[in-house]
Design a protein around this ligand. Structure first.
Ligand SMILES: [Zn+2]
Length: 314
């Protein structure tokens, strides 16, 4: 079958107007420090209703421009973030920082690459490596599937500059200090300390009122990352998902990880399989029952903790 140029043109027109038609409504913008703002996303998983928006994009206004952290899961979310930035300042976006490989945090880069082609997009070296090796494409199609097409039109703009542990970005009178905990949430993680603002963007090393996928991380490594964040002594912490706050937003998740690992260890030593021990472990985690994702993730978390405990015992 062949298509006439006119039909092809109409199809392209239809697809592109559809992409433009998907707009994310404005979520409240919260000022968390003198020059730092966060848009707290919904807590549920990406779906048709939230159009994939579920993380906490943030930005810092410096003397010379704007530094954006984790601009969301699609070009549409990125445009919503951009629109909100413009309500605060007319300064250009100079940098975009991505905390890790999971696409709900960084596919919004597309909107910023379009609007500010000179902006420097940065991430952990292993994030960049994995994205190029195929994970970027996987996330684009996953997001399209989860949102039933609401994220379509999104192009994976992979960060061009590597930043690793101890790296400090100085721009417009503000220092962004990078902390890269190993083996934490995804093996590609950075946490960003905005020194003058006393703010830390935690990435998914810490979640509050929601549980993460642990498939790409480790429980013990993630506990170390939580402690590292607390030791920074910042005034405000921004988790990857859930409300921002002081260090007390880190403690519950750190305890969750510790409880899972130690309870799984005890039950494992008593000769139980992951399936058998699940009710025992869940009974120690009743405080987390109402966290978003608990029922979806808990079984998997127990199985993953068993594998980690086993590997640690050898
Ligand atoms: Zn993640």
């Amino acid at each position: 079958m062949t298509f006439s140029p006119k039909i092809i043109f109409l199809v392209i027109l239809f697809v592109s107007t559809n992409v433009l038609a998907v707009e994310i409504e404005g979520y409240p913008l919260k000022k968390i420090a003198n020059n730092t703002y966060v848009i707290h996303g919904p807590l549920e998983y990406p779906n048709k209703k939230n159009k994939g928006f579920m993380n906490n994009p943030g930005f810092v206004v410096t003397k010379t421009g704007v530094v954006v952290i984790d601009p969301g899961s699609s070009v549409q979310v990125g445009r919503m973030v951009l629109k909100q930035i413009k309500t605060i300042t007319k300064k250009p976006v100079t940098h975009v920082l991505n905390t890790h490989i999971h696409g709900d945090h960084w596919l919004g880069n597309h909107a910023f690459a379009d609007a500010y082609p000179k902006a420097i997009i940065m991430a952990h070296p292993d994030m960049i490596k994995r994205a190029k090796a195929g994970t970027a494409a996987q996330w684009v199609s996953l997001m399209s599937k989860f949102t039933e097409g609401a994220s379509d039109g999104t192009r994976a703009v992979i960060p061009g500059k590597m930043i690793d542990d101890k790296h400090v970005i100085k721009t417009g009178g503000v220092q962004f200090r990078i902390h890269a905990p190993k083996k934490a949430h995804s093996f590609t993680d950075i946490m960003i300390e905005v020194v003058e603002e006393s703010v830390v963007f935690l990435g998914d090393n810490v979640l509050y009122k929601r549980l993460p996928r642990m498939d790409d991380g480790t429980f013990k490594g993630n506990v170390i990352a939580c402690q590292l964040a607390i030791d920074l002594g910042a005034t405000v912490y921004v988790p990857g998902h859930g409300p921002s706050g002081d260090k007390n937003i880190i403690v519950p998740f750190m305890n969750y990880l510790k409880i899972i690992y130690s309870e799984v260890g005890k039950n494992y030593e008593a000769g139980m399989t992951d399936f058998e021990m699940k009710p025992n472990v869940v009974s120690k985690l009743l405080d987390y029952r109402n966290w978003s994702g608990f029922h979806e993730e808990i079984g998997k978390h127990v199985s993953l903790a068993v594998l980690e405990y086993e590997a640690d015992s050898f």
